[in-house]
Design a protein around this ligand. Structure first.
Ligand code: SAH
Length: 246
């Protein structure tokens, strides 16, 4: 059996019980770059660990090796795990890997994880929906195929916009969102390395981001919407030591 497992945002306490059970009896684990040392420590100490993390520039090559490796180990071992950060089906090519494994005739089980898209804002006290403030949210990538960005007009009207992999192109994305009608004064937040000891939160308006005035580091979840400005989020922010305001 091959398990496609979500590891959550980083804090091992945010792994699901099912993920921990599978990791404890895994014989082989192929893991991604964002998997924390604390999570790796939950894996069966006798398991074969394979780092298939992708650095920029070598994504395609590494990605091509993953399914053949899973198939190879799948014929020799009973419990093979493909461990991905957050949720395995949210921007992690989990869908593509699942399709390839099923096509090859494998038995596959998906174990969902807590996506950073939800965990990062929630840990910062930012609700994704809120009565009379936000009735919808969208999770979108800021890093398109071949580095090209998508058409942002469709996202300008979503109440709460959650952007993954958006740090690099943040100024351009913000500019396009404002051009498409999103309020330039809208509060936004970058939550870097959410749920880890190095978590950092950066707050700024969309206009400030568009003007290139905002420092942020990947990996971060970027949230734009009126929910960021709720006093709820501010109160939690003031209490958290790592937080910084711009
Ligand atoms: N499947 C993952 C997303 C993989 S794409 C999930 O569901 O969370 C990688 C992107 O996820 C990063 O560029 C960043 O935007 C986000 N990310 C993952 N872990 C994060 C964390 N702990 N804190 C902030 N952002 C994170």
């Amino acid at each position: 059996m091959i398990y496609l497992v979500g590891a959550g945002p980083g804090d091992p306490d945010l792994l699901t019980v099912k993920a921990v059970r599978v990791l404890e009896r895994a014989e082989v684990v192929l893991f991604d770059r964002l998997i924390s040392a604390e999570i790796l420590a939950c894996i069966n100490p006798r398991a074969i660990l394979i780092d298939v993390g992708k650095e920029e520039g070598q994504q395609c090559e590494k990605q091509r090796q993953i399914v053949p490796l899973l198939l190879h180990y799948g014929t020799q071992h009973e419990t093979v795990v493909r461990l991905k950060s957050g949720d395995p089906m949210v921007f992690a090519r989990g869908g593509e890997e699942l399709a390839d494994l099923l096509e090859a005739g494998c038995d596959v089980e998906v174990i969902p994880g807590i996506s950073s898209a939800l965990a990062a804002p929630e840990l910062a006290g930012i609700p994704l929906t809120y009565r009379e403030v936000a009735r919808s949210f969208a999770i979108v990538t800021g890093h398109g195929r071949d580095g090209l960005l998508q058409d942002w007009t469709a996202y300008a009207r979503i109440d709460t916009l959650i952007i993954l992999m958006g740090v690099k192109h943040r100024a351009e994305i913000a500019t396009r969102l404002i051009a498409a009608g999103r309020d330039a004064k809208q509060p936004t937040a970058f939550i870097e390395r959410a749920s880890t000891p190095n978590e950092r939160r950066v707050y700024a308006t969309l206009a400030d981001v568009a003007e290139g005035m905002v420092e942020a580091e990947a990996p971060a979840v970027w949230i734009a919407g009126e929910v960021v400005g709720l006093s709820l989020a501010r109160a939690l922010t003031q209490r958290s030591s790592g937080a910084r305001r711009i």
